[in-house]
Design a protein around this ligand. Structure first.
Ligand code: ATP
Ligand code: MG
Length: 189
């Protein structure tokens, strides 16, 4: 599951859990982006903070793990590199790339869709109220899943912290404490 995870929240975790169940996945690997090219115009928290929050949020679930591949590669993150590296690490696995339906249509528009869909099956998850856009791809290459998750976004979580509003129960407890400890999102961005 790819994402910025700035911060990771319960929407991401419910989405991962739901897709793992529906698609009978053995494991969900959360892959925080390096420098997200779609978001390079905005300030994004340091990769190390986003990585650690993702580890904290997923640590108690034996089915969840976190990969540093996009962070350690350096430079901007392109999904094609993520998938090539994951494929090299997991030769015999069936790979499923999970991301938001919004991000999915961008990824498949900007990159070589034929190579992407040869590397993984794509699953676009959407939160309540977001329309399931058809990315216009070969049938069978992409699945869209509406996750019965909460209407939580990282943007809202950051805004709440900046305003001094609580994010308890929107993000895992350890992530609330990490945000506080590192004083993340304090300044209006
Ligand atoms: P931001 O508000 O900064 O864009 P985000 O909440 O969308 O953050 P990302 O890190 O961009 O979080 O999330 C990775 C993917 O997970 C995105 O493509 C997004 O659409 C999807 N996602 C985010 N929140 C939810 C949710 N509540 N339910 C289902 N999918 C979600
Ligand atoms: Mg987003």
């Amino acid at each position: 599951m790819g994402g910025t995870f700035d911060p990771i929240h319960h929407g991401h975790l419910v989405a991962a859990s739901e897709v793992a169940s529906q698609f009978h996945l053995d494991e969900v690997v959360f892959v925080p982006t390096g420098q997200p090219w779609q978001k390079s115009h905005k300030l994004v928290s340091p990769a190390e903070d986003r990585y650690l929050m993702t580890v904290i949020a997923t640590a108690s679930n034996p089915q969840f793990s976190v990969s540093r591949i996009d962070i350690d590669r350096g430079g901007k993150t392109y999904t094609i590199d993520t998938l090539r590296d994951l494929r090299a690490e997991h030769r015999d696995a069936d790979l499923f790339f999970i991301t938001g339906a919004d991000a999915l249509s961008q990824i498949l528009t900007w990159h070589d869709a034929a190579e992407l869909v040869s590397l993984a099956h794509f699953i676009g998850v959407t939160r309540p109220g977001h329309v399931l856009a058809d990315p216009g791809l070969p049938a069978g290459a992409v699945s869209l899943v509406e996750v019965p998750a909460l209407a939580i976004s990282s943007t809202d979580c950051r805004a709440r912290v900046a305003q001094g509003d609580p994010v308890w129960y929107l993000v895992p407890d350890g992530v609330v404490r990490y945000i506080d400890k590192k004083q993340l999102y304090r300044n209006d961005r």
